[in-house]
Design a protein around this ligand. Structure first.
Ligand SMILES: Nc1ncnc2c1ncn2[C@@H]1O[C@H](COP(=O)(O)OP(=O)(O)OP(=O)(O)O)[C@@H](O)[C@H]1O
Ligand SMILES: [Mg+2]
Length: 684
C-alpha cells in the first residue's frame, strides 16, 4: 500500500484555518469585516483575556435567514461573489467564504442572527468545526457571534499566543484601523468590561481620529484631498509634531481595505523627506479610491496586500497628494513661553499646552522656577477651545488617578503601543466631540504672513545680489510653482529689520511684533535644494563648465559604476569622461558655490549611489540633491554681510517651504514680542 492518503475534512479545515486565523485579532478582523459587509452602522466588540477565552462581535446589519446561517459555517460558502469573474472587481471586504468556517474549526462559536423582516431569529453553535445545535431564538435584528476558547483543539497554535494584554493590543490596533476607514460606523471595543474605544460614527474622519488618538493628533493634521484620473486620495497627513520613530501610526486603505504596500509607503516617505528628520515616520491616514478592476486583492490569504496594475501611477498620486497637503500647512515655528510647574500636568491657560499635552520638545532645562521655552507650531491656536480643554483636563485627571493608584491603562486594558490611547474613550462615549464641535482652525495666516510692502529700516536694496556666497537666480522671479501660490503671498520678511548675526550662525530679524531667528545653514541648504530639485524636475540641470576640470581617481569598481551612471550624473549637472585607467575627469558640475569641493561632492554621491543599490531612481536623485545642497550651502560660523543676508532672505521667502532644511530641521523660528514681554514680566 502506498504512503499517500487524502486528509480528512476536519484536518483540512484546521490547516486552512491556520492561514486565516493567526491570533484573536484575526478573528475580530474577520467578524467585523463581515458586519461591515452586512451594512451595519453600529458594531460592538467585547473581549476577555485578550480575546483568547472570549470574543463577541455584535452588529445591527442585515442578519441572516435560517438557511444562510447554517450555510455560513461551510468552507467556501459566501454570498459576496458568484463566480471567478467577480474576483476581478471586488467591492466587499470578504469574498473567499472561508472566515467563519476557519474560525469555527479552531474554537467554539455561538451565533445569533435575525433579518430585519423576520420575527424570529436563529441560534447556532459549532464546536471545533462540528455543528452542535441549530434552533429558533428571539434576538435583535442583526448578528452577534461569540467565539470562545480559541485554539482549544490546536495546542500548537495556542502555545504561540502572547500574553493577554499584548493580544488585546493587537485587537485594539486592528479595530482602530478598521474604524479609521469607516467613520460612518460607530465602533465600540470593551476589554474585560472596560471601554477601550468608541468612535462617533458620524461620518467625520477627523472626529474618528480624535476618538482614537486624542486631541493632540487631531490638531496636527493636514487635509489630503487629491484626484488624478480615476485615483482619488483623501485623508490626513500628520505634521512633524506627531511623527513617530516607527510606522505604527500609518494607516493606508485601498477602497477602504486596510493594506500594506511598499509603493504607497515609499511615496509617503518621499513626500515627507524634506519635512521630517531621519528615522521619523509620519502619522498618516490615507484612503485611496481606485477602480477595483485596477487592483488585485486576491494575492494574500489575509487580504492585507494588493497588487496595482500600474504602481507608478499610484506612487505619483500618493506623493502629490501628501506633498500638496504638507506644502499648504508649512509655516514658521514659534517659540512659546511655558512656565514649568512642579505639579503634574502643568498650569492651565497660556503656554500649558506645550508642556502638558503636546508632549512637544522642550528647548530648555526644566528645573524648579526656571523659565523654559517649548516649541509648538504657529498654526495652533493659542489656547484650547473650551470643549477640548475640558476633554484634556479629564484626560489629565484620569492619568493622575492612575498614577496615584499605581495602575496603568496598559495593565488594565490594552498593552499595545498607541492603541492604549483609546482606552478611556469609551467612558466618555457620549461626549466625544465631533470635529464640527472642535475648532481646529489654523491661525497661520494671521500669525505669520505680513502683507505690507517691504520697508527695510536699513534701506538696503536686497533685490540685487552679486555676492559669491549666494548666487543670484533670476529664474525664480518668473518661475511659477504649480502646487502653491506662496511665492506671491509669502512676504515673510517684509517689514523686518536685520538685527545682526548671532554666533556667526543665526540671523536675527526684527519684525513688527516678533523676532525671527534663522539658521543660516539650514535656510541656505533649503534654497539650494529647491533650486537644484526644480532644475532636475525640469530636466535642465544647473550645470556649469569648470574652468579647470577636476580629475578624480577611483577604484576599479567605482570606476565601472561611475561610467555606467553617466546619465544619472548628467541629470544632476555633472559631466565627466574616462581619463585613463580607473579615473575620470569632470568637465562640468552643478552650479554650486565656488568654494564647494567638486571632487568631494562627486565621490560622496557616487559612494551613496553604490551603497543604495537599486532603490527608486527619482528618490536617489532627490537624496543626491540633498547632499549637493548641503555641501554648497553657507556653513554655520560663516560671517555674512548685510547684502548677503538680504539675498538669503529674499531667496528664502520665495520658496515653497522655507521653514525647514531638506533634512527636516527647522530653519526659522519666531519669538513673539508678547512672549518676551511675558518673560520680562511686562505683562502678567
Ligand atoms: N455579520 C454578518 N451579517 C450577515 N451575514 C453574515 C455575517 N457574517 C457572515 N455572514 C454571511 O456568511 C457568509 C460567510 O462569511 P465568511 O466570513 O465565512 O465569508 P465571506 O465574508 O463571504 O468571505 P471571507 O472568507 O473572505 O471573509 C458571508 O458571505 C455572509 O453572507
Ligand atoms: Mg468574511
Amino acid at each position: 500500500m502506498g504512503k499517500i492518503i487524502i486528509l480528512d475534512e476536519n484536518t483540512v479545515n484546521k490547516i486552512a484555518a491556520g492561514e486565516v486565523v493567526e491570533r484573536p485579532a484575526s478573528v475580530v478582523k474577520e467578524l467585523v469585516e463581515n458586519s461591515i459587509d452586512a451594512g451595519a452602522d453600529i458594531i460592538s466588540v467585547e473581549i476577555r483575556n485578550g480575546g483568547i477565552s472570549f470574543m463577541k462581535v455584535t452588529d445591527n446589519g442585515s442578519g441572516m435567514s435560517e438557511d444562510d446561517a447554517a450555510m455560513a459555517f461551510e468552507s467556501h460558502a459566501t454570498s459576496k461573489i458568484r463566480r471567478a469573474d467577480d474576483l476581478g472587481a471586488i467591492t466587499s471586504m470578504g469574498f473567499r467564504g472561508e472566515a467563519l468556517a476557519s474560525i469555527a474549526a479552531v474554537s467554539k462559536v455561538h451565533m445569533l442572527t435575525r433579518t430585519h423582516d423576520s420575527v424570529q431569529g436563529v441560534s447556532i453553535t459549532v464546536s471545533g468545526g462540528v455543528p452542535e445545535e441549530v434552533r429558533p431564538a428571539g434576538c435583535p435584528a442583526g448578528t452577534s457571534i461569540t467565539v470562545s476558547e480559541l485554539f482549544f483543539n490546536t495546542p500548537a497554535r495556542y502555545k504561540f499566543l502572547k500574553k493577554d494584554a499584548t493580544e488585546a493590543g493587537y485587537i485594539a490596533d486592528i479595530l482602530n484601523r478598521i474604524a479609521l476607514s469607516h467613520p460612518e460606523i460607530s465602533f465600540m471595543l470593551t476589554n474585560n468590561g472596560r471601554k477601550v474605544l468608541h468612535t462617533p460614527g458620524n461620518g467625520d474622519l477627523k472626529s474618528t481620529i480624535f476618538s482614537i488618538y486624542g486631541a493632540e493628533t487631531a490638531k496636527h493634521l493636514a487635509d489630503v484631498d487629491y484626484e488624478d484620473g480615476d485615483i482619488r486620495i483623501t485623508g490626513f497627513a500628520g505634521l512633524a509634531e506627531i511623527a513617530r520613530s516607527s510606522r505604527v501610526n500609518q494607516s493606508i486603505y485601498i477602497n477602504r481595505r486596510y493594506i500594506r504596500n511598499k509603493t504607497v509607503t515609499s511615496a509617503i516617505d518621499a513626500a515627507y523627506s524634506t519635512y521630517l528628520m531621519k528615522n521619523k515616520y509620519p502619522f498618516i491616514v490615507l484612503n485611496i479610491s481606485i477602480d477595483p478592476s485596477r487592483i488585485d486583492v486576491n494575492v494574500h490569504p489575509s487580504k492585507l496586500e494588493v497588487k496595482f496594475s500600474n504602481e507608478q501611477d499610484i506612487f505619483r498620486a500618493v506623493y502629490h497628494a501628501v506633498n500638496n497637503a504638507l506644502i499648504s500647512h508649512s509655516t514658521v515655528r514659534t517659540l512659546h513661553r511655558t512656565e514649568k510647574s512642579g505639579s503634574h500636568g502643568g498650569k492651565a491657560g497660556y503656554g500649558s499646552r506645550g508642556s502638558t499635552v503636546t508632549g512637544a520638545r522642550s528647548a530648555g532645562k526644566s528645573s524648579a522656577g526656571m523659565k523654559t521655552y517649548t516649541e509648538i507650531n504657529a498654526y495652533g491656536k493659542p489656547s484650547y477651545s473650551q470643549q477640548e480643554f475640558e476633554w484634556v483636563r479629564k484626560e489629565l485627571d484620569r492619568k493622575y488617578q492612575e498614577a496615584i493608584s499605581g495602575k496603568t491603562r496598559q495593565q488594565d486594558t490594552v498593552g499595545h503601543g498607541h492603541s492604549g490611547k483609546a482606552t478611556d474613550a469609551g467612558e466618555k462615549s457620549e461626549k466625544i466631540p465631533s470635529s464640527q464641535d472642535i475648532d481646529y482652525t489654523d491661525g497661520h495666516n494671521s500669525a505669520v504672513f505680513v502683507k505690507d510692502a517691504h520697508d527695510s529700516a536699513l534701506g538696503t536694496d536686497h533685490t540685487e545680489t552679486d555676492t559669491n556666497v549666494i548666487s543670484p537666480d533670476d529664474s525664480r522671479k518668473t518661475d511659477k510653482i504649480e502646487t502653491c501660490d506662496m511665492s506671491d503671498s509669502l512676504k515673510l520678511f517684509d517689514n523686518t529689520r536685520i538685527v545682526g548675526q548671532l554666533f556667526s550662525t543665526y540671523i536675527l530679524l526684527e519684525g513688527a511684533d516678533e523676532l525671527f531667528l534663522l539658521d543660516q545653514h539650514a535656510a541656505h541648504e533649503r534654497i539650494r535644494y529647491e533650486k537644484l530639485r526644480r532644475a532636475y524636475g525640469e530636466e535642465k540641470p544647473l550645470s556649469q563648465m569648470l574652468l579647470s576640470s577636476v580629475h578624480v581617481d577611483l577604484t576599479g569598481s567605482e570606476y565601472q559604476f561611475a561610467m555606467s551612471e553617466t546619465d544619472f550624473f548628467e541629470k544632476l549637472g555633472f559631466t565627466y569622461e574616462s581619463f585613463g585607467a580607473n579615473s575620470v575627469i569632470i568637465r562640468s558640475a552643478p552650479l554650486l558655490d565656488e568654494n564647494t569641493n567638486i571632487r568631494e561632492c562627486f565621490t560622496e554621491i557616487l559612494d551613496f549611489l553604490m551603497s543604495e543599490g537599486s532603490t527608486d531612481r527619482s528618490l536617489l536623485a532627490d537624496r543626491a540633491i540633498y547632499r549637493m545642497a548641503c555641501k554648497s550651502a553657507v556653513k554655520a560660523h560663516d560671517r555674512l554681510d548685510e547684502r548677503e543676508i538680504w539675498a538669503l532672505l529674499d531667496e528664502l521667502s520665495a520658496l515653497e517651504n522655507p521653514y525647514t532644511c531638506p533634512h527636516g530641521r527647522p530653519a526659522i523660528y519666531k519669538i513673539r514680542r508678547y512672549d518676551l514681554e511675558k518673560l520680562f514680566k511686562r505683562i502678567v
